[in-house]
Design a protein. Structure first.
Length: 523
């Protein structure tokens, strides 16, 4: 056997060992949950067995949330190289757990978003089976989506699962169909709002900083404003979304406190830039570096808010089952025991560390190329979209917002590149028959010119020459080159398809699992 063959075998076994370690760690966590629940909760009989099973499934669900959903908070920062993969995972794990344990709340609705009427479920046992089936179906769908590299909404996954199991348990009349209208609307609202806001900020940055001759002077004026706006939006976002369960703050007070923090941040950043103004180079990488630290803070705050809110997707059904088992009846609200919250918090952190990098790379680098300025715009979209949607009463998904922001930035870049390529086409058309040196000299001056100077050069060119059109095929080829380079269409199709089928697939899985549980109990 040759050394090359031995190297290939070693490489293959190394991947196998890595995967075995991941599975072993996850299994150790699940077994730990089972042992803790069986030894400390002290509930005997069939209900005790169901609680142990539900706790294990809740841990599995939490790990899948960590593997899939957390990527949206740190993916852009990693893709822009503002932070390393390891650094992002550590920050996200710490702040996800902190958000879940500090601001996760002590009470949760027993049925997510009120999509099922608990009164329509005949008996406590059926309710327990329903929530167990929903929890397992949501976790399985998230696992499948993660394996295919598709970031999906965990909220939609569990909602679809509760809906499917609820219909299986209580019939079609058990569902609150009006609520589903808002969920379907969020499929469009969330990514569109996120994309428009992210693209708007990128357009603003380009026209006020990177398109200027003196980018350093422009950055000195604009960067404190942009980071001040970020501090304002994230402060308000954290009070409305992240701390809403432990500190009730109305929209206006949240905006007022956020504005004060934003103004203070603007002042501090302005003073810092005034001191370090001479160290900046008039290059795009130098300006990009100014957004690195804000991006790290954004990743941490988004993770905190995500942990505070989305941990309910893992522990909500588990808390509902625990409450039904202990009280013997089905209520509309359930307290969240500390052990249940710990299952969610630790599970999210473990899932992120074991399987999160795949989705982090998908969001951060496999849709479109990101730098710090583009990632900053996506983070701004994530915070502002939630604030705007909360005020308008619109249902939104944090996953859809973040991914929509990535696509919004990519499509804006594509539009700008296509517009620029069109200008180059026009220059070449108007120089038809001219010497090569003349064309290259004009293109060189055009490339170095400011945006306004480019417009003037084109106007003068059009006024003194006759255009010679390229063929439609040639124009299409030029546009297609930029489109393929900037936004990956296969990623768009895959992610959009996953979003559309999330609710029906998780609902169907939950109904099947419910009937399986029902059949085993009555066998």
């Amino acid at each position: 056997m040759e050394l090359r063959d031995l190297a290939d075998i070693e490489k293959a076994t190394k991947r196998g060992r890595r995967e075995s370690m991941r599975m072993g760690t996850g299994l150790f966590f699940i077994v730990g949950i089972m042992l803790y629940t069986s030894l400390t909760i002290g509930i005997q009989g069939p209900h005790g067995v169901m609680l142990i099973i539900a706790a294990m499934i809740g841990g599995y669900m939490a790990m899948n949330i960590g593997a899939n959903d957390v990527a949206n908070n740190v993916g852009p920062a990693v893709g822009s190289r503002a932070i390393t993969m390891v650094g992002a995972i550590v920050i996200a794990a710490i702040f996800e757990m902190a958000g879940a344990l500090i601001a996760g709340g002590d009470v949760v609705a027993t049925v997510q978003k009120g999509i099922i009427n608990p009164a329509a479920i005949a008996g406590t046992d059926r309710f327990i089976w329903l929530m167990t089936a929903a929890l397992l179906a949501g976790a399985i769908w998230l696992n499948i989506a993660t394996a295919f590299g598709a970031p999906v909404s965990t909220t939609h996954s569990i909602i679809g699962a509760v809906l499917g199991a609820g219909i299986a348990a209580g019939g079609v009349d058990a569902a609150n169909w009006g609520t589903l209208t808002g969920i379907v609307a969020s499929w469009v609202i969330s990514p569109v709002l996120g994309g428009v806001i992210a693209a708007g900020f990128l357009y603003w940055i380009k026209h006020t900083i990177t398109y200027r001759d003196d980018m350093v002077a422009a950055a000195r004026r604009m960067v404190p404003i942009l980071i001040g706006l970020m501090a304002f939006s994230f402060s308000a976002y954290l009070m409305i979304k992240g701390l809403g369960k432990v500190w009730k703050v109305g929209l206006l007070p949240a905006l007022g406190i956020g504005a004060a923090i934003g103004l203070l941040t603007h002042w501090l950043i302005g003073r810092s830039m005034a001191r370090n103004f001479h160290t900046l180079e008039n290059t795009k990488p130098s300006i990009n570096a100014l957004f690195t630290v804000p991006l790290i803070f954004a990743a941490a705050l988004l993770s905190f808010a995500h942990g505070a809110n989305d941990v309910a997707n893992a522990v909500g059904p588990l808390a509902a089952i625990a409450d039904a088992v202990q009280s013997g009846h089905v209520g509309t609200k359930a307290s969240i025991p500390l052990w249940v919250m710990m299952v969610g918090a630790i599970g999210i952190a473990i899932g992120l560390m074991l399987y999160g990098p795949k989705l982090i790379r998908t969001v951060g680098s496999e849709i479109t190329e990101l730098d710090q300025m583009r990632a900053f715009c996506i983070a701004m979209a994530a915070a502002l979209t939630v604030i705007v949607a909360s005020q308008l009463g619109l249902p939104v998904s944090s996953t859809h917002i973040a991914v929509g922001g990535v696509f919004g930035v990519g499509f804006l870049r594509e539009y700008i590149k296509q517009s620029y390529s069109k200008m180059i086409e026009e220059i070449k058309e108007h120089h038809a028959g001219a010497d090569k040196e003349v064309v290259e000299d004009f293109l060189n001056r055009f490339g170095k010119a400011s945006l306004n100077e480019k417009r003037l050069m084109l106007q003068k060119l059009k006024a003194h020459t006759e255009p010679v059109d390229l063929t439609k095929f040639e124009r299409k080829q030029i546009r297609q080159v930029y489109r393929q380079q900037l936004v990956k269409r296969s990623a768009l199709i895959k992610i959009a398809a996953a979003w559309i089928i999330t609710v029906p697939v998780s609902g169907t899985l939950a109904a099947i699992i419910y009937y399986m549980i029902f059949g085993m109990v009555h066998a």
